[in-house]
Design a protein around this ligand. Sequence first.
Ligand code: FAD
Length: 312
Amino acid sequence: MQKENGVYDIIILGAGPAGLTAGIYASRSRLRTLILNEGATGGQVTLTNEIANYPGVETTTGFSLINTMKNQAKSFGCSIKSNIKITSLEMEGEIKSVTVNGKESYRSKSLILTPGGKPRMLNIPGEEKFKGSGVSYCATCDGDFFTDKHVVVVGGGNSALEEAVSLTKYASKVTIVHQFDHFQAFAHAIEEVRQNDRIEIILQSELREIYGGSTVEGVRIENMADGTMTELAADGVFIFIGYLPNTGFFRERVMMNEREEIVVSSLMETNIEGVFAAGDAVPKRFRQVTTAVADGTVAALAAADYIRGSGN
Ligand SMILES: Cc1cc2nc3c(=O)[nH]c(=O)nc-3n(C[C@H](O)[C@H](O)[C@H](O)COP(=O)(O)OP(=O)(O)OC[C@H]3O[C@@H](n4cnc5c(N)ncnc54)[C@H](O)[C@@H]3O)c2cc1C
């Protein structure tokens, strides 16, 4: 038998920076708010050792920043349940319903979807070991840690090339390794890379291993044309081979674009009345804690307006 609970004003699915911020704003507005999170509270930001670009906080760890957000949300009365599994979801109609672990049902007047996402990984030896301490998926976040060092950038699309150029503000040398014999990027991005004398390019090659002791010391690269393996000394590896939103569960329930990002209006409204989405799971060029918390703010305030305006 399913355990039924009272009706919340807002249920937020996901407790990363976007979801926690929505929780802070919603509960501060005296709305009955519940956050349900698959996995540990915090999302991607807990993968990084140091956050140096969150305004107002000179430097902190991802874990510490998230802990503060979580405590802030709880202090306003927001409930948070993590390490759960969402097993069913009913988003249409005035009252939404979420079932957790196949047995507990929660109902609400509105929903905010903040499932975030993850960078696509290479899945090679060393990647997991050095993630957050030498292997990065975010130049804006971690570029500064590689000042005057040599970094390898993996990828050949627009993001990889733009991030490679931005890394030359810090690194003394950037080597781009790309699997094909040509880049899949805009002409101006390719031109910028080719004209930058801090950037070297290795085409038709794939990383096979990231090695080192306590820090990254280098990479093993396979030449796809002749199968030869070489080693390249490097201090860091930045991987830009795509991004995967955690939206699989919402497929065919809410409108998404071809990249499986949840389509939203400027008020973070989805195509379903009373359902909002925010953070890395919605379409955007820059995925940062600041952009996620901004989205979470808008979603919570728009949801509050919806609840009050709808007379519920
Ligand atoms: C290694 C790394 C380092 C980074 N460093 C920085 C940095 O220094 N500065 C910076 O500004 N940004 C940084 N970022 C980017 C930043 O972490 C993200 O932009 C931000 O975390 C996005 O927040 P979010 O709340 O949208 O999603 P997420 O952080 O991805 O959180 C989503 C949460 O929802 C949960 N979830 C997923 N699916 C469901 C579901 N169906 N139901 C319920 N819950 C679900 C997930 O488990 C997760 O806890 C970094 C990212 C990475 C990967």
